[in-house]
Design a protein around this ligand. Structure first.
Ligand code: HEM
Length: 302
């Protein structure tokens, strides 16, 4: 691991911890959340495409954390914004983390521009709000951030954690027993369909955790693992780059059955993949995530 990346990761963690509302005993981002447990059952759609057995057949236990993206654990669920879905599949050969968000793309393609963005959107000490001119200048220099920014600006209030589709954004490679590799991205697609609230004025600020508990009391919440099969032409090192529509297969279904109030401390690391799945060479954001999540975990469990 390069010193540069280590330094960047520390710098990013420090900046995140300076944000208003950040709490040292919580995650530096995605601070508010709820954990549920269930199981993932592979349906055979990836047969012959990966040596990771749990993605091809059988059922493995799963732990899932849904979250609000910000660093303030007291943030209201009534605010329109993205959410997060972090999944840990507990396969016999080792765990496999799939960490996802509803946005179609990430905000930055490398660590230095992510730092620039964090600085551009930091509250102005005089007004307490981000300076639109600084954000404007950032976007002019970094048009690759526009799809993610548009998703932020057009976000609605989630009706339920169980009614959003969540994307990997990064590319991973599936590797079969013969060593053949194909690039893939994936989406957790809610079986209940996607739903937002047009009017959230009657909801309380913590309604999403309660809604999930109520939902699970009357039956499982399910997501299909939809895998997008890429081509050699698709970008594999850049989470700001949206792929064209690609053929998909359903790898299997995740069914959540109960809230787990005792799961913390738990960490979901998007680089934690088993044999049969490989990380994309050259994706600096993914490499940084592992380091920054480590700092955040160390901080919140100290
Ligand atoms: C350089 C880019 C990024 C940085 C610095 C960053 C930072 C963080 C941090 C500090 C945490 C808390 C980690 C912990 O304490 O366990 C976190 C959690 C999370 N991040 Fe990121 N993130 C980045 C990119 C992304 C991307 C591209 C995605 C979407 C695919 C994403 C989705 C999530 C989710 C869903 C969680 C919650 C995980 C959980 O519930 O434990 N992040 N992020």
């Amino acid at each position: 691991m390069s010193d540069d990346l280590d330094t960047l990761a520390e710098q990013i963690h420090t900046i995140l911890r300076m944000a208003p509302g950040s709490a040292p005993d919580h995650r530096a981002l995605h601070a508010k959340g709820v954990v549920a447990t269930g199981a993932f059952t592979a349906g055979g759609g990836l047969a012959g495409r990966t040596a990771a057995a749990h993605l091809v057949e059988g059922t493995v236990p799963a732990t899932v954390r849904f979250s609000h993206p910000g660093g303030d654990p007291g943030v209201s669920d009534v605010l329109p914004s993205a959410r997060g879905m972090a999944v840990k599949l507990r396969a016999p050969a080792g765990s496999h983390d799939l960490v996802t968000v509803p946005s179609p793309a990430f905000l930055a393609r490398d660590g230095a521009s992510f730092v620039e963005l964090l600085r551009a959107r930091a509250p102005d000490p005089e007004t307490g709000a981000p300076d639109p001119a600084r954000m404007g200048a950032y976007l002019e220099a970094h048009p690759e951030a526009l799809p993610a920014i548009e998703a932020v600006l057009t976000a609605k209030v989630a009706a339920s954690y169980a009614t959003l589709a969540y994307n990997s954004l990064h590319t991973f490679f599936l590797v079969d027993d013969a060593g053949r590799r194909i690039p893939v991205r994936f989406t957790w697609t809610p079986v209940a369909g996607v739903a937002h609230l047009d009017d959230a004025s009657d909801r309380n600020p913590d309604f999403l955790a309660q809604e999930l508990a109520d939902r699970l009391a009357s039956g499982p919440a399910a997501f299909d693992l939809v895998v997008h099969l890429g081509t050699d032409d698709d970008p594999t090192d850049d989470p700001t780059a949206i792929w064209p529509e690609r053929p998909t297969v359903v790898a299997g279904r995740l069914e959540l059955r109960a809230i787990d109030p005792d799961a913390e401390p738990i960490i979901f690391d998007p680089t934690n993949v088993p044999a049969g799945v490989e990380l994309p060479p050259g994706d600096e954001i993914l490499a940084l995530r592992r380091l920054v999540y480590g700092h955040s975990y160390a901080n919140r469990t100290a």
